[in-house]
Ligand binder design. Sequence first.
Ligand code: PMP
Length: 401
Amino acid sequence: MRTLRPRGSDADRRPARGDMQTDSQRAAKKLVRPIVRALHAYVPGEQPKLKGLIKLNTNENPYPPSRKVLAAVKAATDGRLRLYPNPTAERLRERLAKLHRCRQENIVVGNGSDELLAMAVRAFVEPMPRAKPAPHSSASVVQYLVPGYSLYPVLADIHGAIKNAVSLESDFRLPTVADLKSQKPREGKARARWNFHAALTFITTPNAPTGRGYRTADLKKLCEAQNGVVVLDEAYVDFADENALELALNHPNVLVSRTFSKAYSLCFQRVGYFVGPTELIAALQKIRDSYNVNGLGQVAAEATLGDLGYYRANFTRIVAARDWLSRELTKLGFGVLPSRTNFILARPPRHPARQWLDALRKRRILVRWFDSPEVADYLRITIGRPAHMQALVRAAKAILR
Ligand code: PMP
């Protein structure tokens, strides 16, 4: 316990513990691996301390978990917290297997799907050799489309993998296998060469931050043309009209990633899962932390699967609000991309997107803006309750006045 000293005492002028002098700071820094020193960490959306903001920046669900889920978590919150949870989330995997008509061995559960994405890099990608890497050692390549989920490059960097970021088509459509094979330049610009042998390819579907949905038939062709592992990140798929789960159950190289965070209102509990071939799932189980999914998270996710009707009604409400907002913003001159998710990507009129971010914040509405060239002209707006959407449209009208 720290003792309190009067302000202005010698103790105040001394550097705090951990706040070391330059020499020792330098010495401490040297203890950190060079790739970690050079790492640009993932930047999550802001979780503001200010109360009363309309929070449309991190794709959280505006509706709470079902009453049955809250009751199950409360009922499990007692002296049993001293015990370790089930190490493999067995009951949850059993229920998921029933839901997806597969075997428990086709499923691994994670501390959010982010943990599983990181595990996929560790399980399937060789870190780049420290000595000069071979120019295109596909075994070390993590490949993804841009714009896409900004965690993928960070995971590759942490692991010391080679990143292969390939641009989507100019309207953010998924390139076809033929496009990728022909290396057709995109609007005259050369794009990174797609690697059909990449150890690991991430595809966000529907995509984030664009919101665009991809057809399963197109994804199938891409997965079949790919020699390495393909992770289809379906974090937002419950708001779309098709999913690619069947590909994970019928192809030796495909994993589908799902999460309870977005559609099932459980960000706080951190539960996600992969579905895929038993051999790939077994590899991931091997490298998992022993108790990677906390007990209350398991309880909440199991109870969620027992009350899917409640969530499906919320999907319908969110999709209706998404379509309403898209229409209203279009009327105001926004360029709104068609979305199959619980957010939209919209190019605002008249002022730069960055300026809109600040202007909306002044009106207590928080949205997301990404400082990356492909999407810097856009705002990403999470779909909230109808009243939130109406407030956003009112604020946009006021900004344009
Ligand atoms: N994939 C995508 C595309 C996401 O946007 C997110 C949320 N940031 C995740 C995965 C991770 O979600 P979680 O770890 O909460 O399951």
